[in-house]
Design a protein around this ligand. Structure first.
Ligand code: G6P
Length: 362
């Protein structure tokens, strides 16, 4: 049928979409560049960000996880404070807002009802709104003042992969262009760094066999799995856990490394898989300390580190990229791990039970 044709030689859309990520990265770099090779975004959007005293990112699911990474970019590069909220929570429990807020809606589909409810509400309150979406003409795009597109191409698998990395890439560009407009130096050439990311993504997409082995070793019989990280790695761990639970039904949770001892460590038993991310120099030793703590309680550790920070015991080493941009590549082995964990359990990878690609009811 038609869907088989679109999948080409791939057994699942998810795998196809994972593999499309290097291409999407290059497409984004190209689309957001001007004739001088500089990254550029509509002046109106940048002005709106500069007029705001605080940005509120509103999103659900995977898009929320991309928002957490985006907050780091915007705060570190453009020095504008950012709050990230789950749309359904924000809708019913609005925090005290700053004087001049700007709302950024992140949504692959542009149709998520929980996010739309917030958009309608804050528009009524008279606040400026920007939607970052993959779907031109979607409801959230039409109804917001401004739109930035992801250019990721249609995403069919329910579990989001290429939209997540596209969201993060577009957020990095938004942060860089805003920083430049404020006369701030980000200290690196983002076009070049995103190019390095695209190449690293390719290397990772070619490492599926090794990651499949890791899935077999760590995830084939377990009923649960924990992801730990610190800082930006913590946010990627949340996304890795979401991918795994969505499609393999393994109970998976992401935790901040330092928070383990305040409760979660009670769940560690003999053989519990703990996947630790180590891509940040400043917390490399402390996350490894957390791994030792869980290993002492019987955990089966799988450390995914970045080249340059790797130790002998690590299960997988990702290529080196700019420290801020690591989520774009550290998530890929986690996506592939989830894919194989689901496949080995005979789960319906592209259409997991109980889930919908876009949730248009509140
Ligand atoms: C659904 C999907 C998730 C997605 C979330 C937000 O729950 O199953 O994969 O992350 O909606 O969707 P959006 O289109 O707003 O990014």
């Amino acid at each position: 049928d038609a869907s088989d044709i679109e999948k080409g030689t791939y057994p699942h859309y998810m795998l196809k979409e994972i593999d499309e990520q290097p291409l999407v990265m290059r497409k984004i770099i190209q689309t957001y560049q001007n004739e001088h090779g500089e990254l550029t975004i509509d002046r109106e959007i940048i002005d709106a960000l500069n007029e705001a005293d605080r940005l509120y990112i509103i999103a659900a699911g995977t898009s929320y996880h991309a928002g957490l990474v985006g907050k780091q970019f915007i705060e570190k590069m453009a020095k504008i404070p950012v709050e990230v909220h789950i749309s359904s929570e924000f809708g019913y429990n609005m925090p005290l807002l700053s004087e001049k807020p700007l709302f950024i809606f992140i949504s692959q589909s542009g149709e998520t009802a929980d996010s739309r409810a917030v958009l309608v509400n804050v528009k009524e309150m008279g606040y400026p709104t920007l939607t970052i979406t993959n779907v031109p003409g979607s409801t959230l795009s039409r109804e917001a003042d401004f739109t930035l597109l992801l250019h990721a191409g249609p995403e069919i698998a329910v579990a989001s992969t290429k939209a997540y990395t596209a969201q993060i890439a577009v957020l990095s560009i938004l942060a860089e262009v805003t920083a430049r407009s404020r006369g701030l130096k980000v200290g690196f050439d983002l076009v070049k760094e995103l190019g390095i990311v695209a190449n690293a993504m390719e290397v990772l997409c070619d490492s599926k066999e090794l990651i499949e082995q890791i899935a077999r070793e760590f995830l084939s019989v377990t009923r649960n799995c924990f992801f730990i990280g610190r800082g930006i790695d913590f946010y990627v761990g949340l996304e890795g856990a979401l991918k795994l639970k969505e499609i393999s039904y393994i109970q998976a949770e992401g935790f901040a490394g330092g928070e383990l001892k305040h409760g979660t460590i009670a769940l560690i038993e003999e053989g519990t898989p703990v996947i630790a991310l180590a891509t940040q120099e400043s917390v490399n030793l402390s996350i490894r300390g957390n791994v030792k703590e869980v290993v002492a309680r019987g955990a089966n550790p799988c450390i995914i580190s970045m080249k340059g920070l790797n130790h002998d015991e690590d299960s997988f080493v990702i290529p080196e990229v700019n420290e801020l941009l690591t989520p774009l590549i550290s998530v890929i082995p986690l996506q592939i791990l989830a894919y194989y964990a689901a496949l080995h359990r005979d789960c319906d990878v592209d259409k997991p039970r109980n889930l919908a690609k876009s949730v248009t009811v509140e």
